[in-house]
Design a protein around this ligand. Structure first.
Ligand code: NIG
Ligand code: FE
Length: 417
């Protein structure tokens, strides 16, 4: 089956030779073709270029059935990759939202048994089926916002059975939705109530029981630790990453959200695919990230929602680093998976240019979840995951019109969604 999209006003994020990610000064540049066509064959991108180079005779020569779409006045964007979410959860946490409005901090709420432990209580009571249904709804929601690939973490179970339950839900989402999904084991999200005051024993449980069982069922692509003030120490993190690596789980770390925690450095030490949050980043952290293969990932939704200090994104890009932006979709610190809004926050709060936020939410997040060979840009051979906008002036309009729904048609794996 072929689909030919013609008269595209701007075809965005095209790559002749696909890159791993985009860093530093290059983040301000995007491959854009004006008045373009895009050819899809089965689930992949088969060709693209300027309309004047479109060889219709060659495309129609084999007598195949071809669906043609006229995209006059419209843009075509690769689908977002959202490389950091916790979208398997049971129940929302708007009561804590009120506590926050009244002035309690994230740490204070966590100390009172709110926060992650609140979600843990609920997830333990929920059935796998209930969790699947709720998460499936959220997948449909984010697909409608233009996300085509998503990483999903466990971390609200905090006991072996409930962590496995979450990961099995993610496995089902992988099999039953057209999105490209990666799963991450985050048993070290918080110390559960029954281990209060016995953190090391909980870390031992993760190392000796959870990691081997997760690996045995091949339930996780990656391993994550919340390495931060009041949560897990660098020493705990070092031990858990070491154990995970033995089973081939590459780290993706929650780091430096609440303090200069050492999380970035320990992540780089274990060749983490990404270190995420990064509100507290100084020269030491930047130095450690330079010449590493670790993607610095900022979560503007969480910083916005919790009123946290903003990560020094300009300083990181100016130093030559790549930056990725993900949603952190979760019930506590970022109850939204809208990546277009994340782009707007990137521009407004972090002073990123529209071109930079497009790179940060497509190719760089694809790298941060290990799917850059498959998606993250418009390139021949990559999955046909893209959306066609409503008629728009140009790429800058996307982050500018920060609540407008600009999506007209979505393609996932070559099929209209
Ligand atoms: O990424 N920072 C740690 N974990 C989550 C929050 C989870 C929650 O509050 O439920 C985050 O923001
Ligand atoms: Fe998170």
């Amino acid at each position: 089956m072929k689909t030919l999209i013609i008269n595209i006003k701007q075809l965005i994020q095209v790559e002749e030779s696909p890159r791993q990610f985009v860093a530093g000064e290059a983040m301000a540049h995007l491959g854009i073709i004006s008045d373009a066509y895009l050819l899809v064959e089965d689930e992949r991108i088969a060709g693209f270029g300027p309309m004047k180079e479109l060889d219709t005779e060659a495309i129609y020569a084999h007598g195949d059935e071809i669906k043609e779409i006229d995209a006059s006045g419209r843009l075509v964007m690769p689908c977002y990759c959202d490389s950091h979410t916790h979208l398997v959860y049971a129940g929302s946490r708007e009561i804590e939202y009120i506590d926050k409005i009244r002035g309690l901090s994230y740490e204070e709420i966590a100390k009172r048994g709110g926060g992650i432990l609140n979600s843990a209580e609920r997830i333990r009571k929920a059935s796998e089926e209930e969790l699947f249904e709720a998460a499936f709804g959220r997948i449909q929601e984010i697909a409608g916002f233009g996300t085509g690939a998503v990483e999903i973490k466990s971390g609200y179970g905090l006991d072996t059975e409930s962590e496995l339950k979450m990961l099995r839900v993610i496995r089902r989402l992988k099999n039953e939705t057209p999105l490209l999904i990666k799963s991450t084991f985050l048993g070290a999200h918080a110390v559960p109530a029954e281990y209060k005051g016995r953190q090391t024993e909980y870390v031992n449980l993760i190392i000796n029981e959870m990691i081997p069982m997760v690996a045995n069922e091949e339930l996780a692509d990656y391993i994550d630790v919340f390495c931060d003030k009041g949560f897990f120490t660098v020493e705990d993190t070092d031990r858990m990453l070491n154990a995970g690596m033995k089973y081939g789980m590459r780290p993706k770390i929650h780091a430096n959200e609440l303090d200069y925690s050492g999380g970035v450095q320990v992540g780089v030490k274990y060749d983490a695919l990404s270190v995420d949050h990064l509100e507290y980043i100084g020269d030491e952290e930047i130095k450690s990230l330079m010449n590493s293969e670790t993607m610095p990932t900022v979560l503007p939704g969480a910083a916005f929602f919790l009123n946290m200090p903003y990560s020094p994104v300009r300083k990181m890009i100016d130093a030559g680093l790549p930056v990725a932006l993900a949603s952190d979709y979760n019930p506590g610190s970022s109850p939204s998976g809208n990546m277009k809004f994340i782009m707007s926050l990137g521009c407004i709060n972090y002073k990123m240019l529209p071109e930079e936020v497009v790179n940060a939410t497509t190719i760089n997040t694809a790298y941060a979840m290990g799917v850059q060979q498959e998606t993250g840009s418009i390139a021949v051979g990559k999955l046909a995951n893209f959306y066609i906008t409503t008629p728009l002036p140009g790429i800058e309009y996307l982050p500018y019109a920060y609540t407008a729904n600009v999506i007209e048609t979505i393609f996932l794996k070559g099929e209209q969604y």
